[in-house]
Write a protein that binds this ligand. Structure first.
Ligand code: KG4
Ligand code: ZN
Length: 333
């Protein structure tokens, strides 16, 4: 299973990539739709599906061209089967099925979350057991992997995902969707003056909660507005980010030490957060038995290269499927 054409359309990026041996990226083309969704303040599923239809063939051909690869040189097609928006997933799944059928290639379905974790395989070999902190717009999970292909969710958010909280708070601060990147930038110009609650930080479990933090943030802003006070937006951003990072880092490190993992692997769109990357790096420096693996910024958000990397492991496990493959919007690990 040498060369894989991978496809990702689970949300608002149409992406195709060519990956060799599960760890060599020959191309990774990502067409982002963010501009089309920004005026609505979030992803509109119908708009996303239409964009995927328009972009899919162009993106696939561009990925093959960049990789200097023909369909005849491919060994398999991989595609995100879920979780994600059903209409968006269906475009990728059908494109993958069409190519697999036309070129008589095996089809490998990939879980989007597993893709985020395996993005790191394109950086360096993964070492097991590992703990992955998956933080994205839809997920906040601690995934324990004793060996390749074995996944156990040992902690997760009880309400909002970390990225979702960032995006909601971004709306209150009036920054464009998705707010995470903007809040990250503002946080560096402000200070943690508001000391928002660090939910569940002391509790003896691996779960997270961000909806209380979000409410506390909204109440602080509304109370100030009612009193005619103007709050410093950079301080608000810095205070929010400090609360998110302290909880994520404290609970992740505690869990990583308990599980005696070799690697701590950061994954998902929020992995691009500079404060989180720095805080984890600092925490791990004090625990030399654990190696921190962080994806480059280009592999944090949704992309098909990570699907190709994960597909290689799934192919080794022989998880190929026929043309009955369907989108699984609620797929779990
Ligand atoms: O993985 P991803 O591209 O899509 C999902 O699978 O959900 O993650 C997108 C999320 C958004 O919520 C976005 O605000 C967040 O990642 N994000 C960030 C940063 N860059 C993107 N959050 C915090 N800091 C960032 N620098
Ligand atoms: Zn994602």
């Amino acid at each position: 299973m040498k060369r894989i054409l991978a496809i990702e359309t689970s949300c608002d990026e149409t992406s195709a990539a060519v990956i060799e041996e599960g760890n060599r990226q020959l191309s990774n083309v990502v067409a982002s739709q963010i501009k089309s969704h920004q005026r609505f303040g979030g992803v509109v599923p119908e708009v996303a599906s239409r964009h995927h239809v328009e972009q899919m063939t162009i993106v696939m051909e561009e990925a093959l061209k960049e990789a200097e690869t023909t369909y005849e040189e491919l060994d398999a097609i991989a595609v995100t089967e879920g979780p994600g928006l059903v209409g968006a997933l269906l475009i990728g799944v059908n494109a993958a099925k069409a190519v697999a059928y036309a070129h008589n290639l095996p089809l490998i379905p990939v879980n989007h979350i597993i893709g985020h974790i395996y993005a790191n395989q394109l950086v360096q070999p993964l070492a097991f057991p590992l703990l992955s902190l998956v933080v994205s717009g839809g997920h906040t999970e601690l995934v324990y992997m004793e060996e390749p292909g074995k996944y156990e969710i040992i902690g997760e958010t009880r309400d909002d995902a970390a990225g979702e909280a960032y995006d909601k708070v971004g709306r209150i601060l009036g920054v464009p969707y998705p707010g995470g990147k903007h809040i990250d930038e503002m946080a560096h110009k402000g200070n943690d003056t508001f000391h928002f609650p660090r939910a569940m930080i002391k509790e003896d479990n691996n779960d997270f909660s961000f909806s209380g933090l979000k409410s506390s943030f909204i109440n602080t802003v509304h109370n100030a507005e009612q009193k005619g006070e103007v709050l410093d937006k950079n301080d608000l951003a810095a205070s929010f980010q400090a609360a998110v990072i302290e909880v994520l880092v404290t609970k992740t490190m505690r869990c990583a030490k308990e599980k005696q993992v070799k690697q701590l692997v950061l994954a998902g769109g929020v992995a691009a957060n500079s404060g989180l990357r720095a805080a984890l790096k600092e925490a791990v420096e004090m625990t030399p038995t654990i190696e921190l693996v962080v994806p480059p910024l280009s592999l944090c958000g949704d992309n098909a290269a990570m699907i190709g990397a994960a597909a290689f492991v799934e192919a080794v496990e022989n998880k190929q499927i026929d043309l009955t493959l369907n989108a699984q919007p609620g797929l779990s690990l």
